[in-house]
Ligand binder design. Structure first.
Ligand SMILES: *Cc1c(COP(=O)(O)O)cnc(C)c1O
Length: 243
């Protein structure tokens, strides 16, 4: 019971922080989606958060995403026809680095892939999506800060890769994602979030077919207020909810 209370209070605090950041920057909270990142916790915590009304979760590893996905599939298979209205399955977002050989396992199980970081990966997602007869929504992960250790496409290659992606008919680019460097003062990464927003506006005005820039996935537990102030509409929150 106290775990439920903890999660409730954590989520409440996160919502308050989101609201404050939205108010500060004159934004409507309805524009901002909290994506709980469940990578460090088990399915019981996911179920608790679902009881609080959130239904989409981020995972950064394919294997862990599949494990949780299968749990909810099994659980719902065991529900009889009479409790049909009890069926509850979360939607999954893959937010971590994706290897091309793993795409086939998740292609029909995720709502959005946040972490497309190469043309090779985009091509392979497109191939797998075609096999399944679906159009896969994706985000392009951008390395705004130019840090060598981070995944993501360098800013100078973005226009080129976005243009190429627009010709892939089984993926649909919905926006951009970034991970800011881990710094103690989130003000130090405001420029990263500003940079991603500017890039998304620049791409939007080019009106490339098959591309929209409606999603900006940026901000984590320690920096999401700044990200919201700079235009984030999905914030990926792990430790502030699940610790
Ligand atoms: C773990 C993770 C998050 C959440 O990080 P917290 O600091 O725990 O909020 C967000 N995005 C990605 C890609 C992650 O791997």
């Amino acid at each position: 019971m106290s775990r439920t209370n903890d999660l409730y209070n954590n989520l409440k605090r996160v919502k308050e922080r989101v609201e404050r950041a939205a108010n500060k920057s004159g934004r409507d909270i309805s524009e901002i989606t909290i994506l709980p990142v469940s990578k460090t916790v088990d399915v019981d915590d996911v179920e608790t958060i679902m009881e609080f009304g959130l239904n989409e979760f981020g995972e950064n590893r394919v294997q862990e995403l599949l494990r949780k996905y299968e749990y909810f599939e099994m659980k719902n298979n065991n529900i009889t026809q009479t409790d049909i209205n009890q069926i509850k399955k979360p939607s999954w977002h893959l937010i971590g680095h994706l290897q091309t050989n793993k795409i086939k396992y998740i292609i029909d199980k995720v709502k959005l892939i946040h972490s497309v970081d190469s043309m090779k990966l985009a091509n392979e997602i497109n191939n797998q999506a075609e096999k399944h007869g679906i159009v896969m929504p994706v985000l392009l992960q951008v390395n705004v800060s130019g840090e060598e250790s981070k995944f993501g496409v360098d800013v100078e290659h973005i226009f080129d890769i976005v243009t190429k992606m627009s010709y892939l008919s089984n993926i649909r680019l919905k926006g951009l994602m970034t991970m800011a460097p881990n710094v103690s003062d989130p003000e130090d990464v405001r420029g990263v979030f500003k940079g991603l927003k500017a890039l998304s506006v620049d791409l939007q005005v080019k009106k490339i077919h098959n591309i929209d820039m409606s999603i900006l996935s940026m901000g984590m537990s320690h920096d999401f207020e700044v990200a919201i102030e700079e235009g984030a509409n999905i914030v990926r929150i792990g430790s502030s909810i699940f610790n």
